[in-house]
Design a protein around this ligand. Sequence first.
Ligand code: FAD
Length: 483
Amino acid sequence: MPEGSPITERHGRLQEAIANVVGPRHLLTDPADLAPHLTEERGRYRGRTPFLVRPGTPEETAEVVRLCAEARVPMVPQGGNTGLCGGAIPFETGDEVIVALGRLKRIRDLDAENFTITVEAGCILADLQQAAAAANRLFPLSLGAQGSCQIGGNLSTNAGGVQVLRYGNMRDLTLGLEVVLPDGRIWDGLRGLRKDNTGYDFKHLFLGAEGTLGIVTAAVLKLFARPREIVTAFVALPSPEAAVDLLGRARSATGEAVTSFELIPRLGLEMTRRRVEGCSDPLESPSPWYLLIELYGGGETGALGEALESLLSQAFEAALVTDAAIAQNAQQAADFWRLREGLVEAQKHEGGSIKHDVAVPVSKVPAFIAEATAEVQRRIPGVRPVPFGHVGDGNIHFNLSQPDGAERDAFLACSEEINEAVHDIVARFGGSFSAEHGLGRMKVAEAERLKPPIEIEMMRRLKRSFDPHNLMNPGKVVSAGHT
Ligand code: FAD
């Protein structure tokens, strides 16, 4: 079981000073309380910490950071701890304090006319979505962990999800930020402006920084009109090439109403049917590939459904589509989504997985899938690739399940070699080896292998200028390197 680490004299004094700021009950030291904060979703990392602190306001957060900085004790910001690269987990050395943001969860303001919401970092994503809906507005960020991930974590990983195609990722949804800098000062950049060309745009430095440049305490986020019509379809098609062709047609034919465009291979559908309760094949005959398409419309109800029907029948004639079902009600739409959302869960029951969260230009998705599939099959005969996900924005989760009957550990021992091979193919297509999950701790070395040296140098310089003593989530995103 993960443990807290022994309190050194230095940590002891700091603990006392911090307890005076937040109150003793918001400073956790009991190993049982700490345990869920010391390991993560995929169980890859188990960290140690002298204690975890839960500040209740931005001012308390600032004072905690100031005290840590003064004592030269490193900090790890933590939100909902749903991140997939180990960014929110302290190292095993046991000297890093966890700063958990869960108590900063107020919605400070919702300006329906400005289409903005000002929210604190610890607010759960699903709570924010509901607050927007209650004001007849839409906050479009949507992902599998939305019931437990926090806005600060979404901002710090620049989260994506299933509606990036239409609304963008967290970077595109953010207008302003409030951040506690590594020395404990607060930067108030909470501006709800669509236009502000008054020099460097600092918010972008903290978005996707995974807590290495400061602790986000609040944000101003964009809201949108709620859709009046939602149309969801499950479509069978012969190939990823047909999917990319259909995407172009769908975007043109619907006036950019395509909100989600998710690719699912037959093997993925079979795994989900086998392993996840309540999942069945919506179509009569098997097909090598499927798409889950969702459109949001604001116009006359019914118009979007008709546009999609007409598009699909033209696509059928052009042999791009072989079968399709359009959801007739919300339950059917939810059933289609269960097939997509159940993929990760289903793969867990199919033995070991080697996963890649990659992006290439949308037009290159079919060639990438073909080349990467051939390469991994050449290296591990019998491996079962399940490439799925956000084909609409070029982000494919190129996940591999172990061959039937293989030894799990022997398969997972190939991870490094396979990761390198897949990432090298991604690089040849001008893609990204981490499209939406970030670098955290897991992909720092891979970033140093694949990113141009000048980018790594700029990252290190930036890190040093914000955090000269390397106290803010050190060792994540970029290593300190040589000066
Ligand atoms: P944490 O895991 O707590 O932290 C993530 C990183 O941000 C860490 O480096 C941490 O130090 C830092 N951090 C957290 N809060 C702050 C703060 N206030 N200030 C500064 N730094 C901070 N991601 C996607 O992009 N798209 C998906 O579709 C998607 N689906 C997912 C589905 C599941 C089932 C799961 C488990 C994860 C998924 N993710 C997805 C991963 C995604 O990164 C997280 O779900 C989410 O964005 C992280 O939020 P969190 O609050 O859990 O952050």
